[in-house]
Write a protein that binds this ligand. Structure first.
Ligand SMILES: CC(C)(COP(=O)(O)OP(=O)(O)OC[C@H]1O[C@@H](n2cnc3c(N)ncnc32)[C@H](O)[C@@H]1OP(=O)(O)O)[C@@H](O)C(=O)NCCC(=O)NCCS
Length: 177
């Protein structure tokens, strides 16, 4: 029986399990999923990311959660909240992040999970505000931000991806509770 920190009508959001490793590596090696990142992730990088997200969960009680479809129990990606400390005019802050496998796109899952995380940010985790960031080219991600009620907060250069000219301009969205 999996323990979910957040449940929605169709989805369960939880800390990461060893069984997520294989599907998460596959997800992070899909060029379409990683279109708006500098590169796909190696298996080791994906494993390290899971480890960091587990540690983040242990420290804060939230993370970019692993997401399952409740009906099937299948892992489809991540959605959640994480502390960000890289240098910019918006940080340090807590941001929202999401990454789903292609077969889970177009079903409203990202919006459903993100909406629940936004509510939990305020009511469960007592945050005062949350941000979400994306390269300006990543319209599907910004569409989710707008649908859940985040508001445009400005443009910036993301220090972690600024070397890739495609991502010179990133946008920030925000909600103050
Ligand atoms: C960003 C990402 C999560 C968006 O996923 P998505 O599936 O397009 O987003 P949504 O959950 O909002 O679903 C989209 C569509 O599902 C449709 N849909 C189908 N059934 C639905 C239902 N039951 N309820 C709601 N929407 C439903 C909707 O029409 C919606 O489109 P619309 O809002 O234009 O009408 C996805 O593209 C992704 O994982 N990308 C790769 C990783 C990435 O770029 N992450 C962000 C980095 S900044």
């Amino acid at each position: 029986m999996k323990t979910y920190t957040i449940k929605t009508q169709r989805l369960g959001l939880r800390n990461w399990l060893p069984s997520d490793e294989v599907p998460f590596i596959e997800l992070c090696q899909d060029p379409k999923v990683m279109e708006f990142f500098p590169a796909t992730l190696s298996a080791d990088d994906a494993r390290n990311l899971i480890q960091r997200l587990q540690l983040h969960f242990e420290k804060h009680g939230y993370t970019y959660f692993a997401v399952d479809v409740l009906e099937t129990g299948k892992f489809i990606g991540f959605c959640g909240l994480a502390v960000q400390a890289w240098q910019s005019k918006f940080t340090p802050c807590v941001d929202m992040g999401w990454r789903f496998k292609q077969s889970a796109w177009g079903k409203g899952y990202a919006t459903e999970a993100a909406s629940a995380c936004l509510e939990a940010a305020e009511k469960q985790f007592s945050l005062l505000e949350v941000f979400a960031f994306a390269p300006d080219l990543n319209l599907p991600s910004q569409h989710v931000m707008k649908k859940i009620g985040l508001e445009y907060a400005g443009e910036f250069q993301h220090p972690k991806i600024a070397d890739d000219h495609r991502f010179n301009t990133c946008v920030a969205y925000k909600k103050v509770f």
